[in-house]
Design a protein. Structure first.
Ligand code: ZN
Length: 239
């Protein structure tokens, strides 16, 4: 037996179908985790139910106490993450952030996001997938990294659950992009990076993989970025 219909529904409503740990919007790709496993005496109550995305669920489940790596989630920590997220969803009900103090905080977060992503034409570069068309300034790389670092700051967080959900997706996308840049690009002259030109002759397969990988991620980033901008403008700036 798993959680009954009422418990499951209440949990899904409370989290707005966002993962309680990474805050990604999951839609149907969502699982209800027993904080205390049933084999250890956990029950099917609302209090023991934690809505998670597939990734976070496997992360929470696969921690192996025999080979401790990283930091395990405690029950109370999981419940606090959940409580924070449920609160956030409650405040964001409807299509607009209603409490003006939250609105102001979210506007600040949105301005910061624009500063990080927009002003240096980073998003234009990503949209046009400049990574695969020759050397590009180091600044692109450092701007990508800067956004990732900033996302770890607690103050760089939307109170509004929908906005925070898309932002956390963007954060994941940027981490993937950052990996690709580290994997496929190297110093190419002063303050510039590039996929090595000699790969065309020496390692054509590697070059092809690099191009395919960049082509896969950049449209996703552009799409998520555009959705975030549109939603933020609608939620934060329209009456
Ligand atoms: Zn998650």
């Amino acid at each position: 037996m798993g959680f009954d219909k009422t418990v499951a529904e209440n949990a899904l409503i409370s989290c707005g179908r966002h993962c309680c740990l990474c805050h990604k919007f999951c839609g149907t790709k969502m699982e209800l985790h027993h904080i205390n496993q049933k084999k250890h005496g956990g029950d099917d109550s609302f209090d023991n139910c934690l809505p998670l995305c597939f990734d976070c669920h496997s992360d929470v489940m696969t921690y192996n106490p025999d080979h401790p790596k990283g930091k395990k989630y405690t029950f109370s920590e999981l419940k606090r993450h959940r409580a924070n997220w449920y609160d956030k969803v409650k405040f964001s009900e409807g299509t607009k952030v209603t409490k003006s103090n939250y609105l102001n905080l979210d506007m600040k977060t949105f301005e910061r996001l624009n500063e990080l992503l927009d002003s240096k034409s980073l998003m234009w570069f990503i949209k046009n997938n400049g990574f695969i068309s020759g050397p590009f300034p180091d600044k692109i790389y450092t701007d990508v990294y800067k956004f990732i670092l900033e996302c770890d700051l607690p103050e760089f967080e939307f109170i509004d659950a929908d906005l925070e959900g898309i932002k956390s997706e963007l954060y994941d996308d940027f981490k993937l992009l950052d990996n690709l840049i580290s994997k496929y690009t190297f110093t190419a002259g002063p303050n510039r990076q590039s996929i090595p030109r000699e790969w065309e002759m020496k390692f054509p397969e590697k070059l092809e993989n690099a191009i395919l990988d960049f082509q896969r991620i950049t449209p996703i980033i552009s799409k998520n970025y555009e959705s975030l901008i549109k939603l933020a403008r609608r939620k934060l700036y329209s009456d």
